[in-house]
Design a protein around this ligand. Sequence first.
Ligand SMILES: C[S@@+](CC[C@H](N)C(=O)[O-])C[C@H]1O[C@@H](n2cnc3c(N)ncnc32)[C@H](O)[C@@H]1O
Length: 303
Amino acid sequence: MMKKVPENAVICGNSIEEMKKIPDNSVHLLLSDIPYGIGLEDWDVLHANTNSAYGGSSPAQGKAGSVFKKRGKPINGWSEADKRIPYEYQEWCASWASEWLRVLKPGGSVMIFAGRRFSHRCIVALEDAGFNLRDMLGWTRPKAAHRAQRLSLVYDKRGDTASSEFWQGWRVGNLKPTFEPIIWAFKPYKVTIADNVLEHGLGAYNHEKFKEYFGSIDNHFECGMSAGEGGLHPAQKPIKLMEVLIDLVTVPGQIVVDPFAGSGTTGVAAKNLGRKYILIERSPELCEVVAERLDKINQPPLF
Ligand SMILES: C[S@@+](CC[C@H](N)C(=O)[O-])C[C@H]1O[C@@H](n2cnc3c(N)ncnc32)[C@H](O)[C@@H]1O
């Protein structure tokens, strides 16, 4: 069957399959906030799910019985199931990385939000597929929930006053997670970068445009949502953040693809900036949200 590039499409389906229908060398930017593989919701669980922290149960946890309440125990690396999770995440990334390389034009970028815990696994899968890593950008969220249990309270509950006093001020968990990494890799090209830009319109970055957003060209920046923007997806990203990344490496009329679209923020940003978009999302409810958001944008496409 002849493959054709769909234009400004919202595809409701499994992106691993849907990406196979997109022609070779046809896409200018793959921009996606992929599942991080760390949450409890179905859309984020990508591994064999044999760990109680993710709602599953490993043989060892099964034997231990009620000691581990379902969804109550953080991953601590104690079981074989814990140890497999990063590898399973990498295997999952490898299941789509080659298709992403195939559909991108030479010099085209992938920009991926993959989370702090497993983004290195995603990078390895991208490199194995043939991508070159260009940089790791740092996005700072103005707000983030901070959950880290006070150690002294644990000892208080045990009636161990001495330990509680000694460990005052200590917590179990992470610092406030305001930093999110953005992987920036590109598809290698066989000519000089200047020739690649002339042939495909890809390979360089828009230095001056980026400065307009942040006043500098630092590879880490803060960006938050505008009032009333949130509430559509638990992992919703700011529209401006996606606009920055689209403006950094594409020009109007080029094609931006988001294979894990969620509420469609990438598409909203692409449409705002006059880029073409292909969004893939497997949840039918979210596909409706995406369609509604895109419908509300009146700005005529610039191409
Ligand atoms: C991190 S969220 C994206 C959120 C998005 N950035 C936003 O602003 O709303 C990832 C999305 O990928 C979707 N997803 C997970 N696996 C998928 C698959 N195989 N095919 C299509 N969508 C998938 C999930 O349903 C989820 O909505």
